[in-house]
Write a protein that binds this ligand. Structure first.
Ligand SMILES: Nc1nc2c(ncn2[C@@H]2O[C@H](COP(=O)(O)OP(=O)(O)O)[C@@H](O)[C@H]2O)c(=O)[nH]1
Ligand SMILES: [Mg+2]
Length: 208
């Protein structure tokens, strides 16, 4: 896929603030700091399109980016900062759940896992929702540059165990080396090309 343009459209917390749903949409979800914004920037070749940060806990919103005037990328709010009050956790859950339930132009969710971390409740909850709502999902293990290739299989075992997904289901990505960029773009392209009726049966299927 060639990226010709990428443009920030707006941020929104509620459906009334979402842009019109007339383009197919790809959403990015994951723990705060997992590398969602970095992944989006690398995919669209725009270093500063999405703000990246090593200090989690910024404004909780969905951010919409239009690519090639053909589809939208949506940066969902991150979850799982250590010390947030329960009310904020609930707000995150409601915001994510509302989006997933109501956005009929949503084609696929890219769910990120940090190669160094064991998935926790929020990731597993999200996976459950995606399955329940029949939303196709591309699981991506990111920051793979932090681990040597030799260590990779051992390092990801807890992720496979917690999610119950096979290794082949995952794409491996690094925003630093750009490893996996083509693979993720290809899977996005496939998702965009998949008719609605079939898409719902491909949930969590690997591309082999
Ligand atoms: N080593 C490494 N660091 C990364 C990678 N992706 C993101 N980071 C760093 O992780 C931090 C959080 O990234 P960000 O994209 O803002 O995460 P977000 O909160 O999920 O949007 C930043 O300091 C990034 O530079 C990666 O693939 N490899
Ligand atoms: Mg971010």
């Amino acid at each position: 896929m060639q990226i010709k343009s990428a443009e920030f459209i707006k941020g929104a917390a509620k459906p009334v603030g979402y842009p019109p749903g007339d383009l197919p949409e790809i959403a990015f979800a994951g723990r705060s700091n997992v590398g969602k914004s970095s992944l989006i920037n690398v995919l669209v070749n725009r270093r500063g399109l999405v703000r990246t940060s090593s200090t989690p806990g910024r404004t909780q919103m969905l951010n919409f980016f239009e690519v090639n005037k053909e589809f939208m990328l949506v940066d969902l709010p991150g979850f799982g900062f250590a010390k947030v009050p329960v009310s904020v956790k609930n707000a995150w859950g409601a915001m994510a759940r509302t989006y997933l339930e109501s956005r009929s132009n949503l084609k696929v969710v890219i769910l990120l896992f940090d190669i160094r971390r064991v998935p926790r409740d929020e990731e597993l909850q999200l996976l459950d929702w995606l399955e329940e709502l029949n939303i196709p999902t591309i699981p991506v293990i990111t920051k793979v540059d932090k681990v040597t290739k030799n260590r990779r299989s051992a390092q990801i075992r807890p992720i496979l165990e917690a999610t119950g997904l096979p290794q082949e289901a995952f794409s491996f990505f690094s925003a630093h080396t750009r490893e996996g960029r083509e693979d993720v773009l290809q899977r996005i392209e496939n998702a965009l090309a998949t008719p609605e009726s079939e898409a719902r049966e491909d949930v969590l299927d690997s591309e082999g």
